[in-house]
Design a binder for this molecule. Structure first.
Ligand SMILES: *Cc1c(COP(=O)(O)O)cnc(C)c1O
Length: 411
């Protein structure tokens, strides 16, 4: 139908589909959803307005929508073992704003991880609304180890007295100790918020400590390692349920995206199965293997490796910038993103590092052998960033590998 109505958009979608099929996608925040999730996302639920919450809507005709939202909430509560879940945030960024809005009066201090050190924009980075509506305090990683330094975080919190401390990252290759964050927050009388957007799938799969018994409030996207549609959730203790729900609607948003809610429910069902536990374990295992291979090729991995799903590589010792490397990799059909490394001497527009991760390739079914191949190609690309021929040759091999793996969502 789309082909007939709008051949231009149809053809662009087809091209993007091919691109996703034929490339090695190492952007750690991306994934492939299942056909079931895709079907729910593209359903007629997009036609319905449902401002409010189940049984308390502002429009009629909600009997099925209410059930869908209730199922999504029940599944999230069960999977993550929490009291209360709001599945309406449009995405991770508005979920974070809603979390602050729920707990911290506007103008008060929020403390999060600095963006160039691995934090997210919405953790108080200066150009973000989070830093305009609230007063940001930013912690950084240790200069020597590039690891979170919980004592330094405590000292900063003690001095600044933030109302909320946020743990969570977009470019931190190690595990986060939520228990330690909670101790710091308790000592300074702050709320503790965990933003598990990147690692929600690892938490669901039991391969990363869950923030659930420690954090007052947890935000997460649903489309990264959790392998759902683009969306988000806020998880919290009963105590904050009302404040959270009010902050999302009517505080920040209007009607929820019901098609997304349904797809989140489907993704949560998938994430509750034994297969997902295996997946999460393999994501971490693949990252570990990839890191080991890359270290063998002389790449400088921030913190010396990884124990989650992502790897941050400082390209300085290869005499390349992150952007140069990321662009060359893309030409070879391997997608990642240029990323700052802690204490980066280059600009955020052309930083020193690249960030790669394994959630998407693991969904395809890739394992140790493929990680070895990918590491080898990354090395070859780094030695041939300006060699079109060589990049083209690697691209052919990448396509060959991808054709061996069926993509559940888009085949
Ligand atoms: C991706 C991410 C977000 C934002 O999610 P969007 O859906 O892009 O708005 C917030 N926090 C963290 C830690 C993330 O990784």
């Amino acid at each position: 139908m789309l082909k007939k109505v709008d051949s231009k958009i149809y053809s662009l979608i087809q091209k993007e589909k091919e691109r996703q099929k034929e490339s090695v996608r190492l952007i750690p925040s991306e994934n492939y959803v299942s056909k079931a999730v895709l079907e729910a996302t593209g359903s007629v639920l997009t036609n319905k307005y449902s401002e409010g919450y189940s049984k308390k809507r502002y429009y009629e005709g909600q009997e099925f929508i209410d059930s869908i939202e209730e199922v999504a909430i029940a599944r999230a509560k069960k999977l993550f073992k929490v009291d209360h879940v709001n599945v309406q945030p449009y995405s991770g960024s508005p979920a974070n704003l809603a979390a602050y809005l729920a707990l911290v009066p506007v103008g008060e201090k929020i403390m999060g991880m600095s963006l160039p050190h691995g934090g997210h924009l919405t953790h108080g980075w200066k150009v973000s609304a989070s830093a305009k509506f609230w007063k940001p305090v930013q912690y950084v990683v240790d200069k020597k180890t590039n690891l979170l330094d919980y004592d330094a975080i405590y000292r900063l919190a003690k001095k600044e007295k933030p109302r909320i401390i946020v743990a969570g990252a977009t470019a931190y290759p190690r595990k986060i100790d939520f228990k330690k964050f909670k101790e710091v927050a308790d000592k300074v009388g702050a709320y503790f918020m965990a933003d598990m957007a990147h690692i929600a799938g690892l938490v669901a799969g039991g391969v990363h400590q869950s923030p659930v018994s420690y954090a007052d409030i947890i935000t997460t996207t649903t489309h990264k390692s959790l392998r759902g549609p683009r969306g988000a959730m806020i998880l919290c203790n009963k105590k904050y349920a009302k404040a959270v729900d009010r902050a999302v609607f009517p505080g920040l948003q209007g009607g929820p995206h019901n098609n997304t809610t349904a797809a989140i429910a489907v993704a949560l069902k998938e994430a509750s199965g034994v297969g997902f536990k295996k997946y999460a374990k393999q994501v971490v295992e693949n990252a570990r293997i990839l890191a080991k291979e890359l270290l063998g090729y002389g790449f400088n991995l921030v913190t010396g490796g990884t124990d989650n799903h992502l790897i941050l590589i400082d390209m300085t010792n290869k005499s390349l910038s992150g952007k140069q490397m990321a662009m060359a990799l893309a030409r070879a059909g391997i997608y990642c993103n240029a990323n700052t490394v802690p204490y980066d001497k280059r600009s955020p527009f052309d930083p020193s590092g690249i960030r790669i991760g394994t959630p998407a390739v693991t969904t395809l079914g890739m394992k140790e052998k493929e990680m070895g191949l990918i590491a080898g190609w990354i090395k070859r690309v780094s030695e041939n960033v300006d060699n079109k021929n060589e990049l083209e040759k690697i691209h052919k091999k990448v396509k060959g590998l991808c054709s061996d793996f069926k993509i559940t969502g888009i085949n």
